[in-house]
Design a protein around this ligand. Sequence first.
Ligand code: DGY
Length: 387
Amino acid sequence: MNNRYGELEKQAKLVLAKNNIGASTKPAPRLYPHQWFWDSCFIAIGLAGYDTKKAKTELRSLVGGQWHNGMIPHIVFSDAKGYHYGPEKWRSFSYQQSPDDIQTSCITQPPMLAEAVVRVGSKLNSQERKLWYKEMYPHVIKLHEWLYSERDPYERGLVCLIHPWESGMDNTPSWSELMKKFIPKYASHMEKMKLQPLLSKIRKDTADSKASERPTASELFAFYKLIKKLQVKKFSMNEILATKLPLVEDLAFNAITIRANSLLEQIATEAGQTIPPELVAKFELAQKAFLELSDDRGNWYSRNARTKNLIKEPTNAQFLALYSRAISEDNADSSARQIKDKKWWPKYGVATTPTDSAFFKPKNYWQGPVWVNINWLIADGLKHYGH
Ligand code: DGY
């Protein structure tokens, strides 16, 4: 390793050490002071490179927040104060399915758990790995069972999301249109009157970060409003189905789920477990159904699950189809060609949106910047297809 990367590695390790909150790692010192599902999986993958004990502790803490029905919540709360949408808003203890002693959010995030378990496993000797897989298998399988029993209401093999926070890409353009109707009236009036600075004063998530790098106040208040509506429906798919609340077959989420399904099979084999055939059948259906998220030009999109219309907003999720490993060699080749286009790869890697998108803002959260975790997943997919 040359010195440049040596220094980078040193800094990365320092970030993880500074953000340690005991058994887990917070994604950011003040903005995100708890444990987040997919962040934590990426963190465990990083930790596994130099401290497998810490990596295991990270994932053990995460599955400590798993609900009795199998859902892994997107946030497992610590005692830290000051988060803009904390445990008092979610009230997880009011749901029988939530863990008895840990407060959590009531929605999920991309199921990176199987990947993290396997990456940690790859750093262990075969005996330790077997034990590790035996320990983690019940958690991973419960999660996948929940994804298909609760979140595939149309039994198509595609998991539905109920809130943009579940995508992990909060203000991704794929959700923007659907979220417009949740923008509170006062917020849209104030925006029309160019009173954004005033609106920004009432938000609590920008004390330590620039508002210009975060979702807009209107987007943020729409996120909150949708949570409140979901709370009335107890976050239950049965109840949500009977409403007009958004249901999205999110592209990135489903790509990650499909990859995780096959990693779960790998974990099961090494742990000496058999995945129930009904679930294996779902995995097979999922592989095929995933192909419906592509248009006839080979581009990939999320889909509105209620209308079955593709949401044709180009985002970096397009290249996560490679990570799923579910697409054809031809399609993988054309994706690999597209990545080289400057509009997707302006300078340092794949941007969140192409530079010719109406949404593109180079420093705004999930509407422009290059995210290293997504690029890592894309690289993994490219490598798989021989690129
Ligand atoms: C936030 O609070 O901004 C988070 O991204 C929600 O998960």
